[in-house]
Design a protein around this ligand. Structure first.
Ligand SMILES: Nc1ncnc2c1ncn2[C@@H]1O[C@H](COP(=O)(O)OP(=O)(O)O)[C@@H](O)[C@H]1O
Ligand SMILES: [Mg+2]
Length: 346
């Protein structure tokens, strides 16, 4: 490994101990957690960062509603106004615009009792949002001059404008947007709603491919993102890539060395960061790659109980689908990794 990668791995050791200085990154209010692939840790990260953030609005834009479920296990029964209802009036004329949509998380998840945290729930109808956006853009293009620019701005900033209002109404200062693995629709709008992106990449080749596709979608003039831009050309930068499901070597004396698979993906992702550094929020590639250990049993229990990982204790166990799961002894390490990500973004 080149030297810079050794430094990055050494830093992870300090992070695990809870003694590393936060990264020298600019701080923003609104982040999209995004990569164009499922099952890589977007929702887990969104859930845990929401817990750590305090004074936060979490926005679920994924039609699978996993984040919504974490906040309200009964969301299907507890009918509510969703991100879809919030966005639709921006594309279909004549509908009244709802406001005060955000719900207090502590009302349905007691783990958030001491938190000033709100969320905007998702629903399955977000699957059809892409065609509604496409239709309204085509209609906008038949309008001429300044009016067209204004209509397109209203479409592309629909999520941003709604989030700004909901943050004012809830008096929250930070926003985390969880996204689906698909670009078209709400993910597209989330890019225009956020200052910067946080990109989870799992230690597998498909996730790296998804990262390359994302970078291309951000930068290629022919991409769906760049083909139609708002008047101010807004493009989010990338704050951080979080390599998820990392493992460590168990070889004697190798306490702080990534395992072979993790090492390969650290190298691949770091190369991609170096080659695309202009798309990041600083010019130093080592500022932009953090590792998050495989959650194993900790993750299964966190998910089953809708409990943020910072609240779990080593040794806690439960039976999930007839299989016993236990919070790993090394849960503190994961907690420190999450805290460090939190401390490096706000
Ligand atoms: N380091 C990690 N980061 C995020 N998720 C992890 C990690 N290790 C294990 N997992 C597990 O991987 C799964 C990721 O799922 P999820 O967060 O829903 O992904 P996505 O939202 O990208 O589809 C969860 O079951 C989670 O417990
Ligand atoms: Mg998800």
């Amino acid at each position: 490994m080149p030297n810079s990668l050794y430094r990055l791995v050494d830093r992870q050791y300090d992070i695990a101990q809870g003694v590393a200085q936060p990264l020298p990154l600019p701080r923003y209010d609104t982040y999209s957690i995004c990569n164009l692939r499922g099952g890589i840790g977007k929702t887990s990260l969104a859930f845990n960062l929401t817990y750590l953030a305090d004074s936060v609005l979490a926005v679920d834009t994924c039609p699978q509603c996993n984040l919504t479920w974490f906040f309200d296990n009964n969301y299907l029964q507890n009918a509510s106004v969703t991100v879809y209802d919030m966005l639709l009036p921006n594309f279909v004329p004549g509908l009244g615009s709802p406001s005060h949509i955000a719900k207090s998380i502590s009302a349905t998840n007691v783990k958030f009792n001491n938190r000033n945290a709100y969320y905007l729930p998702s629903d399955g109808r977000l699957y059809i949002l892409p065609s509604q956006i496409a239709t309204s853009i085509v209609q906008a293009q038949s309008v001429s001059g300044q009016k067209q620019i204004q209509i397109i701005d209203n479409i592309l900033f629909a999520l941003k404008n709604n989030i700004t209002r909901e943050m004012q109404e809830t008096q929250t200062t930070r926003c985390i947007i969880d996204t689906s693995p698909f670009f078209s629709g709400a993910t597209h709008l989330s890019w225009h709603a956020s200052d910067a992106l946080i990109i989870p990449v799992r230690t597998d080749q498909q996730s790296v491919n998804a990262l390359s596709l994302l970078l291309k979608t951000l930068s290629d003039p022919a991409s769906e993102f760049r083909k139609i831009m708002p008047s101010n050309g807004h493009t989010p930068k990338i704050q951080m890539i979080v390599l998820t499901h990392c493992g460590w070597s168990t070889v004697h004396g190798a306490r702080n060395r990534p395992d072979q698979q993790t090492k390969i993906y650290i190298e691949k992702v770091f190369d991609i960061i170096r080659q695309n550094i202009t798309q990041f929020t600083t010019s130093d590639p080592t500022n932009h790659l953090l590792l998050l250990d495989d959650f194993f049993g900790t993750g299964r229990i966190s998910s089953a109980k809708a409990t943020p990982i910072p609240l779990l204790h080593p040794g806690e166990s439960m039976t999930i689908d007839r299989v016993r799961a236990e919070v790993n002894q090394s849960v503190e390490k994961i907690q420190n990794q999450l805290k460090y990500i939190h401390a490096s973004i706000w």
